[in-house]
Structure formats: C-alpha cells, structure tokens
Design a protein around this ligand. Structure first.
Ligand code: PMP
Length: 452
C-alpha cells in the first residue's frame, strides 16, 4: 500500500471507464474510490482507508464481502463447472436452486425461469404475462399497470413500467405507454391517517383502473412494501392484499418485483408474505446470490407454465434467452447464501439488529430538517427537508444528499442518498456497535449538510 496509489487508479479509471448512474463531470471534483478489497461490511481502498458499506453495494450484499462460506462454495464449483448453456442442458446448481426457491417462495410458485440481472427478470415477467394471455387467445391484453414513483430497472421494457422521472424522461419516446396509478406511499398520508388506512384509501384508484380497463391489461407490477429507488417510500401490506384480490376478480396478473426487497430485507424472506399473497410472477435478483454474482429468477405458477406447454407446432414456447442464464457459479453462490439463512437463523437475528437500528435513529425524529424517519426490517430511511411544516423539500440543485454522501465517505461510511433521502440497507453481518457508528456518521453528515 502506497500513498498516491488511489490517485493512480483513479486517473486510470477516469481515462477509460464510464460509470453507471453518474454525470462523469462530477468526478472533476468528486473522487472515484478504487476498492482493493472487501471484508465483511468493510470496503478498503488502495491506501488502507476503510468504508462501512451501509448500502450493501447497491442492495446486493447480504452476508458481507468475501464471506468465507460463499467463497468456498464458489471455489469448489469453479473446479467442477464454470458455465454451460441452460437450453437443452442443465446442471446441479440450477436444479437445486430452483428446488429451494420454489420451496421457500409463497405457495403456488412452482416453476423457476432464470435470467441474469434484475432488469432482465422484469422483462421476462412482462413478456411472459403478455404471451400467456396471447396463448389463451386474449390478444387484446397488451397493457401494464404500474404505481407512480416505481422503479423496475432500466432496460426499455423495465423502464417503461417504472415511473422515476430521473431515469425515464429522456427515453420516453422509446417506451411503451404504461398506465400509472397513484402509489400508496405512506409519506403522503394526512397527519391523522394511519399507514394502513392510507394505503387502503389509495387502492380506490387502482380498483377503478382495473374495473375500467381490465380487458386490455396483462398485469399490474409492484415493488412490494418499499419503493426503493423511488426514495425508500413504504406502504402497508393491506394494499397488496386488496390488489391480489382485485387481480383475481378481473383476470389480471400480479407481478411482484422483489429484486430489492427479497431475501429478508423487509423482515420476512419475501415481502409478499406480509400480505399473505402469492403473485403470478415473483422477480428475484440482487441478494439472490448474496451479492456475489449476477443472476435473476422469475418464479411462476403451474397455470402460467401450462399455457406455454404444447406441441412444438403450436408455437407457444417462451423463447427468451440470455447467454449466462442460470450460470452455475451464480447458482452455487445463491445456494450458499440460502444455506446461511438456515444455519444462522438470519431472519430472527435481523429482528434484533433492526430494533437496534430503530433505537439509534430515534433522535432524528426531532431534527428540524427531517420530515420522516421510516423503517421496515433492515431498510431505514431519513427524508431531509428545508422545513417540516409545511413540508418543503430543499431545492434540488443544492444537492444536500450529496453533501451527506461526501461527509460520510470522509468519515468512513459509504452512504449513497437517493436525492435528499439518506437510507441504510446494510449487510446482515453488521454488529450493533457498527450500526451505532454508521448512524452517528450519518447524523453528523446531516448536521453538516443542513447547517447553512
Ligand atoms: N427492480 C427493482 C425493484 C430494483 O431495485 C432494481 C435495481 N435497483 C431492478 C429492478 C433492476 O435490477 P438490475 O439493476 O439488476 O437490472
């Protein structure tokens, strides 16, 4: 480790790499942090500075970086089989993982279709739903319904069913038109209305849309319980229960995009469990491999599967393929990650961590620049505002969240606020003491960013 090594890597990086979700000119002032190694919740740069990964590297990491159990499983798999196509061929990790996922998922999801990243899983679910109805002779069904402020990925189909302006506006001319229904987001509730009441009230608009347009609608797509990229906005399970019921009544599919909230983030293994519903399609990715490799899965029902099952000549097959579909290494990492849930009683342990996080965040409720502290399981968010009453956001161009990001980085914590929403989604191996440190730095960062 040499002083100046970070700068060398940074210069080489900026010479050739185009980073995702970034205005590259920002890096004239903001450093790119080159990471040499990761261990548990910590990332370390080339000069030995450490950063607590409070956002699990874009919500993928569950059991820490370089987790010995996942790494060892991968090393063994590497010597057996690194990859084989999944068309006409199969392998133990893909079969075992499909068995496990269909066992763990809400009842009735008995079939697992693999892809290789979150957005592709959403594309698969949209295409499968549309194609299902076509195979049933319902060719008039071509539309999708989504919630305002939702995010489902950035390939064109996934972007079309999202509603976060930042990502979508530029590409609108390229996108199919989705029907957007107001989100049940509890941040918007009136002061004397509970989250459950608000979410139920907001269902009215969805009910009306389905009543009027169900004949042309293939599916409703939602992020169950938390609209993550939309600012960690949360809503009540009651909405999902009502939605499942309405979709059943109107003959419309329900797509649950649990790419971000799956694998214990909301307290249960899958968020849908809290509403006791089974979607027609369950999209999984991110935490699926414990944050090691890129993989996604769409779980679905026998009814959907059977609608594609026919003689070849009937031309009903689902012909969607990605080269790395169901990659053996990725599936092996996923199996190792699921084994940790079992052996370590992760969901129970997370209850303790999540309660600790809530206690650590409690003082922020009184902060004059914080309009809401919200939390579900291992996701917590703090919404910064210029004034609490009336609730006035800071002007966007002031980039207060970015100031928190910079402050926290200088003090050893990787936060990556969504606008002015500071949030925590740490790996499950974080300790209570590390939670205290993470929150303390965020608190100081918020003070720093709001004191002028
Ligand atoms: N859906 C949701 C709910 C997500 O949060 C994301 C990623 N942030 C995606 C889909 C897209 O996943 P990927 O980035 O792997 O394409």
């Amino acid at each position: 480790m040499k002083i100046g090594e970070n700068a060398t890597w940074m210069a080489r990086d900026l010479n050739v790499v185009w980073h995702p979700c970034t205005q590259m000119k920002d890096h004239e002032g903001l450093p790119v942090i080159p990471i040499r190694r990761g261990q548990g919740i910590w990332l370390e740069d080339f000069e030995g500075n450490r950063y607590l990964d409070a956002i699990s590297s874009w919500w993928v990491n569950l059991f820490g970086h370089a987790n010995p159990r996942i790494s060892n499983a991968l090393k063994a798999q590497l010597d057996e089989l690194e990859h084989v196509l999944l068309a006409g061929f199969s392998h133990a990790p893909a079969i075992e993982l499909a068995e496990q996922l269909t066992r763990l998922a809400p009842p009735g999801l008995t079939r697992c279709f693999y892809a290789d990243n979150g957005s592709s899983a959403v594309e698969v679910a949209l295409k499968m739903s549309f194609h299902f109805w076509r195979n049933q002779g319902q060719v008039q069904k071509t539309r999708f319904v989504t919630l305002s402020n939702s995010y489902h990925g950035e390939t064109l189909g996934a972007l079309a069913v999202g509603d976060v302006e930042l990502y979508k506006t530029t590409y609108k001319p390229l996108l199919m038109a989705a029907m957007v229904v107001a989100s049940p987001d509890c941040y918007a509730r009136a002061p004397d209305v509970s989250c459950a009441q608000h979410s139920a009230l907001m269902f009215e608009q969805m009910a009306q849309t389905l009543a009027e347009h169900h004949r042309e609608i293939c599916a409703v797509i939602v992020e169950p319980l938390v609209q993550c990229a939309g600012g960690m906005r949360m809503y009540d399970p009651a909405y999902l229960t009502l939605l499942r019921d309405a979709c059943n009544r109107y003959g419309v599919h329900l797509i649950a995009d649990e790419i971000a909230v799956g694998f214990g983030r909301t307290g249960t293994l899958f968020a849908c469990e809290q509403a006791q519903i089974t979607p027609d399609f369950l999209c999984l990715s991110k935490g699926l491999t414990g944050g090691y490799l890129t993989l996604s899965a769409v779980l679905t029902t026998p009814t959907v599967y059977d609608a594609f099952y026919a003689d070849y000549a009937a031309q009903r097959a689902f012909l969607h393929s990605h080269s790395y579909t169901g990659n053996p290494l990725a599936c092996r990492a996923a199996l190792a990650s699921l084994a940790i849930f079992d052996s370590d009683d992760t969901l129970e342990k997370n209850k303790v961590l999540s309660a600790h996080l809530a206690r650590a965040l409690a003082p922020l409720q009184e902060n004059p620049y914080v309009s809401e502290v919200r939390q579900i399981g291992m996701i917590a968010a703090i919404e910064l505002v210029q004034t609490r009453v009336p609730r006035t956001p800071f002007p966007k161009q002031q980039r207060r969240g970015l100031q928190v990001y910079q402050f926290a980085l200088q003090h050893g914590v990787l936060l990556r606020p969504l606008g002015d929403v500071i949030y925590f989604m740490p790996p499950y191996v974080i300790t209570p003491k590390e939670i205290d440190f993470m929150v303390e730095i965020a608190l100081r960062g918020i003070e720093h960013a709001t004191n002028s």
